[in-house]
Design a protein. Structure first.
Length: 241
């Protein structure tokens, strides 16, 4: 699997280490040293993956993610940070990051995350989101080939992580997915991320596909177990039969 990867890191030694590991795996690598340069280069030529440090000059990593998602860019983003609090992690995910590593980290673990993130976001592999089918759950449609989600024909912008969650659930409507199972769909190894990652993606998806996110009708919580995706029209028909 070869990909175009951008590394946005102001620590030159750290950036060089990451570049060498990525190139060993056959990736083409671009390195920039600040957030403003990262935004400019992504707009010139969008990479397959952005490895993004949080603490950078000019524009920090969180603002970079906020701008990219505001421009509806769906490239996968893996954030690196010296901050380790849960609030920082959740803020990054809420803004649209797909994965998060705290410093110091193992370069080998970083490469494992890169491989898994590229695979799980459609760059390789044949997961539920890569079967080539258009999955339908009521008015919701998931087109794996086009990497598109629509509700009643209206496009829904999803991050790569959100797309993997909704595609996996749309492939098996009404099935209850536990958090560990959804983590497997996201990253392959549930030890890399916390259950809160899944909860954040579910919350963001509800904002996008539910008329009333606080009282969801499609993406439901099964208390004590996990989540399921269902057709709300079926429930309405059963209620009136």
């Amino acid at each position: 699997m070869c990909a175009e990867v951008m590394v946005a890191e102001d620590d030159e030694k750290q950036a060089e280490l990451v570049r060498r590991y990525l190139e060993r795996e056959g990736h083409s690598v671009t390195v920039v040293g600040d957030g403003r340069a990262a935004l400019d280069r992504v707009r010139e030529r969008e990479p397959d993956l952005l490895i993004l440090d949080v603490m950078m000059p000019r524009t920090d990593g969180l603002d970079v993610v906020r701008v990219l998602r505001g421009e509806a860019r769906e490239l996968p983003v893996l954030m690196l940070t010296a901050r380790s609090t849960e609030d920082d992690l959740l803020l990054g995910l809420d803004l649209g990051a797909d994965d998060y590593m705290t410093k110091p980290y193992s370069p080998r673990e970083l490469m494992a995350r890169v491989r898994t993130l590229l695979r799980r976001t459609g760059r390789a592999g044949t997961s539920a989101a890569d079967t080539g089918r258009v999955l339908a759950v009521g008015a919701l449609r998931v087109d794996a080939d086009r990497h598109e989600v629509t509700v009643d024909g209206t496009p829904v912008e999803c991050t790569p992580g959100e797309f993997q969650v909704i595609a996996a659930m749309a492939a098996e409507p009404d099935r209850v997915f536990t958090r560990p199972r959804l983590l497997e769909k996201l990253h392959g190894f549930d030890r890399y991320v916390s259950d809160r990652t899944v909860d954040m993606h579910i919350m963001n998806l509800r904002k996008k596909i539910e008329p009333e996110p606080r009282t969801p009708a499609r993406l439901l919580t099964v208390f004590g177990v996990g989540y399921k995706l269902t057709d709300p029209a079926k429930g309405a028909r059963r209620a009136t039969s």
